[in-house]
Design a protein around this ligand. Structure first.
Ligand SMILES: [Zn+2]
Ligand SMILES: [Zn+2]
Length: 113
């Protein structure tokens, strides 16, 4: 397995409300964290550019991610399903769920999905 980036970020109440205008939905909460709004970067350790945390599925067409780190403010972004990594392990039917990325696929990272 490849090491996973350990950086985390916490969404504000305002950001969470942006995601859930009609009430609470299931967020991709970190299983080992007590904070309900903390998200861990999903990329391989030492990756270039910004951190990227999976937040939740949107509708059938897109997924919410949070980006943060060098190069700009933390921001919630929607990523069309078509822009996600197409990496897969056919023999195990594993498909990478990360947005377009550098480094290992999610199924190659420690603690990945
Ligand atoms: Zn990161
Ligand atoms: Zn991938």
């Amino acid at each position: 397995m490849l090491p996973r980036c350990a950086d985390t970020t916490i969404l504000t109440d305002t950001e969470t409300a942006t995601l859930t205008p009609d009430g609470p939905v299931q967020l991709a909460l970190m299983e080992t964290e007590e904070s309900a709004e903390e998200f861990r970067c999903e990329l391989q350790a030492a990756h270039p550019d910004r951190h990227a945390g999976y937040v939740q599925d949107g509708d059938d067409e897109m997924v919410w991610w949070v980006r943060w780190g060098p190069g700009g403010p933390r921001e919630l972004v929607t990523v069309p399903n078509d822009d996600h990594c197409q990496g897969e392990l056919p023999e195990d039917e594993l498909v990478c769920t990360l947005l377009e990325h550098w480094g290992g696929h999610c199924f190659e990272l420690e603690g990945g999905q």
